[in-house]
Design a protein around this ligand. Structure first.
Ligand code: IPD
Ligand code: CA
Length: 279
């Protein structure tokens, strides 16, 4: 299943499911949305649409590929036997979704030989991501990649900005939901901001990684992501030429994800370390 041709076949299904889920969530958003529950903290929210969209994705996957595994942000879990695992964020950017800001997306990826939260630690993708789609139903943009097949937005091939020096780099990041985590993130940011062009906080890690792939930002880093936040976007950024890595250059995980073109990536990691980043 690891050939580019096989991952391209899989991508057709991933795309179909992500688009249908995006249409569903957009229509549901028009009918109104409210907080259904809070999760890790009072600001870490879930709406009924997050849950219903994940359930739709789950049923579409199992209809098409009943032997695959599934892990989803809102609790979808299915142990598979095929060796393929789907990693699903029904709505990445839930706070934007709640407030009616346009930066939210459906993120769907398929990995072979592991799935989420395995050997690379919490938030890591163990195995190889074969195909990933990030759909922003508000803008109509559809970002996608398959392993070895490049990254695209519609008909446009994506490529990261190259040769950008650190002091000229537009860098996106995000913050966790827990106050103590945010305090540390803000302290690191204090050390980063004076040395770069500027910071962006868009509110969706999946879309940040796609923005990197599309050359709309030069780099992205975040501490505390889950596998479903970065599974599809990480493949899209890599296939667009980014280096995507985690602690000590190993796999990205919930400790750290840094993504940028080679060269800038190393400069940013060094800056993050000097700014007090622990990983
Ligand atoms: C969040 C978004 C946000 C990032 C957070 C994630 P959610 O996902 O990706 O940009 O900063 O770390 O948890 O909660 O909107 O699915
Ligand atoms: Ca998310």
């Amino acid at each position: 299943m690891t050939s580019a041709a096989a991952s391209s076949d899989l991508l057709d299904l991933v795309r179909d499911i992500a688009v249908r889920a995006g249409e569903y969530a957009l229509e549901a958003r028009r009918n109104g949305v409210s907080v259904a529950a809070t999760k890790s903290t009072p600001t870490d929210i879930v709406t009924a649409v997050d849950r219903d969209t994940e359930e739709l994705i789950r049923s579409l996957i199992l209809d098409a590929r009943p032997d695959d595994g599934i892990v989803g942000e809102e609790g979808a879990a299915h142990i598979g036997t095929s060796g393929l695992d789907w990693i699903v964020d029904p709505i990445d950017g839930t706070v934007n979704f709640l407030y009616g800001l346009p930066a939210w997306a459906v993120s769907v990826a398929v990995a072979e030989g592991g799935g989420a939260d395995a050997a690379g630690g919490p938030g890591a993708i163990d195995g190889t991501t074969l195909a990933g789609v990030v759909s922003n139903p508000v803008t109509g943009e559809l970002f996608e990649a398959n392993l070895g097949g490049g990254a695209r937005a519609g008909a446009r091939t994506l490529g990261v900005n190259r040769g950008v020096p650190l002091h000229q780099a537009l860098v996106a990041t995000g913050f966790g939901y827990a106050a103590d985590v945010r305090r540390q993130q803000a302290e690191v940011l204090l050390g980063v901001l004076p040395s770069i062009r500027d910071i962006r906080r868009n509110g969706s890690a999946a879309l940040d990684l796609c923005a990197l792939a599309a050359g709309r930002i030069d780099a992205f880093y975040e501490h505390g992501l889950n596998a479903w936040d970065h599974a599809a976007g990480g493949l899209i950024a890599r296939e667009a030429g980014a280096r995507v890595a985690g602690p000590h250059g190993g796999p990205e995980n919930s400790e750290l994800l840094v993504a940028a073109a080679p060269g800038l990536h190393e400069e940013l990691v060094a800056l993050l370390r000097s700014a007090g980043m622990q990983a």
